[in-house]
Design a protein around this ligand. Structure first.
Ligand SMILES: C[S@@+](CC[C@H](N)C(=O)[O-])C[C@H]1O[C@@H](n2cnc3c(N)ncnc32)[C@H](O)[C@@H]1O
Length: 262
């Protein structure tokens, strides 16, 4: 009998195992296809749940407004660092949980009150950190054309508080095999359903893989990614069928699955 602790550490070891991961498609072409659709509908706002250095930077560049949220402070940091590499993007790091991380201020330099006219709403728990090493003072006349905000906290809590209209929702948080990972991604959609724009895109990562106690990890290696029936579901295991029942169309599926309501 394995203990719950061993079970979950095995789960995480497998999902982060490189040899196993190499059998899978790269997410990049999927992200780019979703962005083509986003551009076609002239989308503005992208929200990512589960941040990553690569995805955050590509999404931030492709959209006028980008929000990314991660429960892990280190993932939030790396997402933040990837975003501020692009000097046209105004960055903030918001703590939506109660505790401010003192290391964060040390790492990034300073905190200060929000200047007037910035497009991000500030709360008592929000602090600004250095935006760009070249910009030492904020120029009120130079409005940024793009904004990106990194939140450190739980994705469900974040979506519950989020009020902007979302054009593209990218769900990629709770790891495959961790407790209730399918349910959590489904709940994430439910939390923000009313804030999805009239035309909207839902992109879900890791839909090519599943985990069960009986079978362990299993991959769908079928290359016909447009055949809905061959997808396993993974993080979209509950959400994809719910969306299909509610008028969504699958644009593509495989490593990632993209659905639109148009
Ligand atoms: C697979 S990684 C994200 C990768 C990223 N989206 C990319 O494309 O590069 C999953 C992330 O989800 C985060 N995560 C797990 N549970 C979460 C939660 N409850 N809320 C927000 N993020 C969560 C983890 O900390 C981890 O950084």
């Amino acid at each position: 009998m394995i203990t719950a602790e061993t079970y979950f550490s095995n789960v995480l070891e497998t999902i982060h195992n490189q040899e196993w991961q190499q059998k899978r498609d790269d997410p990049e072409p999927y992200i780019k296809k979703a962005l083509d659709i986003f551009k076609n509908i002239k989308g503005k706002v992208i929200v990512e749940i589960g941040s990553g250095e690569y995805s955050s930077s590509i999404f931030a560049k492709a959209s006028k407004t980008f929000y990314t949220c991660d429960i892990n402070i280190n993932s939030s940091r790396s997402a933040y660092q990837s975003i501020i590499k692009d000097t046209s993007i105004l960055g903030t790091l918001n703590q939506i949980n109660e505790s401010l991380d003192p290391d964060m201020l040390d790492d990034f330099g300073y905190s200060q009150p929000a200047p007037d006219g910035w497009p991000i709403t500030y709360t008592g728990n929000t602090f600004i950190i250095e935006l760009d090493s070249n910009i030492k003072t904020y120029n009120k006349d130079k409005k940024p054309t793009q904004t990106a905000a990194v939140y450190n906290g739980d994705g469900l809590l974040f979506l519950q508080q989020f009020t902007d209209k979302i054009d593209l929702l990218y769900l990629d948080a709770w790891d495959i095999g961790t407790e209730h990972y399918k349910e959590r991604h489904y709940e994430a959609y439910l939390k923000c359903r009313d804030n999805l724009n009239k035309q909207n895109i839902i992109l879900i990562d890791d839909t090519d893989v599943d985990f069960s106690r009986e079978l362990g990890y299993h991959l769908n290696e079928n290359k016909n990614i447009l055949n809905q029936k061959t997808t396993i579901g993974g993080k979209g295991g509950l959400l994809i069928s719910h969306l299909l029942e509610n008028g969504y169309n699958v644009q593509f599926t495989g490593r990632q699955t993209c659905l639109t309501n148009f």
